[in-house]
Design a protein around this ligand. Structure first.
Ligand SMILES: Cc1cc2nc3c(=O)[nH]c(=O)nc-3n(C[C@H](O)[C@H](O)[C@H](O)COP(=O)(O)OP(=O)(O)OC[C@H]3O[C@@H](n4cnc5c(N)ncnc54)[C@H](O)[C@@H]3O)c2cc1C
Ligand code: FES
Length: 256
């Protein structure tokens, strides 16, 4: 069986989240059974030749959920689709989060999302069998995403905002540093990932980060998404975010 495929997915539900974010559930009987948390799909907006990478936010028996923000022409086109329309979805792509640690005592996991990096953390939290903590950081109250979805999964949730308009005033590392956990998963802006990785390294806790990079093919064929990584001996090499990632052990990532 191929690990990925293309499917014309019918939109079953479309919700507007705030000013510029859209929550879309599609029927994907071919792709959903292949999907793992942390993977993404390359979605083709109408009239475009390049697909746009969007993380998988939810995985059902025959459905996939995507939450995306309008950034430019491609995502604007995706946002214009209605219930009943079809989305051209190529996926699932990438490696996904490691959520099974059979030989380690991993009881409590922290899921850290920053802004539009939050959606893939929901799929990861849904699949984690142990106790879960979600720390979600946003610019301001109007940008807060998916808080209730994490609560519905039984997560303890802490929300931070940069301007203090909601939740804890400050960065995600403020509440994170007050919590204990055995493994950490994070997706969001690079400075946030760097700070979360440093906190985990200090505590010697495994940390996995999902990186974002401009992409084209999505399957390792075009070199469009190369990112510097570190071998255990410290030497630097380049990996593909689309094929080798988007999830990497934070210890392997060269943060600028
Ligand atoms: C693995 C992966 C998963 C992603 N998951 C999501 C998601 O779940 N939800 C979501 O809203 N967005 C996600 N993104 C970002 C999304 O792919 C881009 O916002 C989108 O491709 C922009 O396309 P556009 O045509 O609307 O904008 P463009 O006109 O192409 O660009 C508009 C703006 O968006 C920036 N941008 C474009 N591509 C990226 C990118 N790959 N990463 C960061 N910024 C970019 C550009 O620099 C520019 O400022 C993900 C990106 C990657 C690589
Ligand atoms: S997007 Fe083409 S190699 Fe990664």
């Amino acid at each position: 069986m191929k690990p990925y495929d293309v499917e014309a997915c019918k939109i079953l539900r479309r919700t507007v989240l705030g000013a510029d974010c859209f929550d879309v559930m599609v029927l994907a009987p071919k792709l959903a059974p292949l999907a793992r948390p942390g993977q993404f799909a390359n979605i083709l907006p109408r009239g475009k030749t390049l697909r746009r990478p969007i993380s998988i936010c939810g995985i059902g028996k025959d459905t996939l959920r995507f939450v995306f923000q309008v950034r430019g022409e491609g995502t604007k086109e995706l946002a214009a689709l209605s219930v009943g329309d079809t989305m051209d979805v190529f996926g699932p792509l990438g490696n996904g989060f490691p959520l099974d640690f059979p030989n380690l005592k991993i009881r409590r996991a922290a899921f850290v999302g920053g802004g539009i990096g939050t959606p893939p953390m929901l799929a990861a939290a849904a699949a984690f069998p142990g106790e879960k903590l979600a720390v979600l950081g946003f610019r301001t109250k109007a940008a807060v995403l998916l808080e209730e979805d994490f609560r519905a999964l039984g997560c303890k949730v802490a929300v931070t905002t940069d301007d203090g308009s909601y939740g804890v005033h400050g960065l995600v590392t403020v509440p994170l540093s007050e919590e204990s956990f055995d493994v950490c998963y994070a997706c969001g802006p690079a400075p946030m990932l760097k700070a979360v990785a440093a906190l985990c390294a200090q505590r010697k806790i495994p940390c996995y980060v999902s990186l974002e990079q401009r992409m084209a093919c999505g399957v390792g064929a075009c070199l469009g998404c190369a990112t510097p990584l570190r071998w255990p001996d410290g030497t630097v090499h380049y990996g593909h975010v689309c094929k080798d990632g988007p999830v990497f052990s934070a210890a392997d990532v060269v943060f600028s």
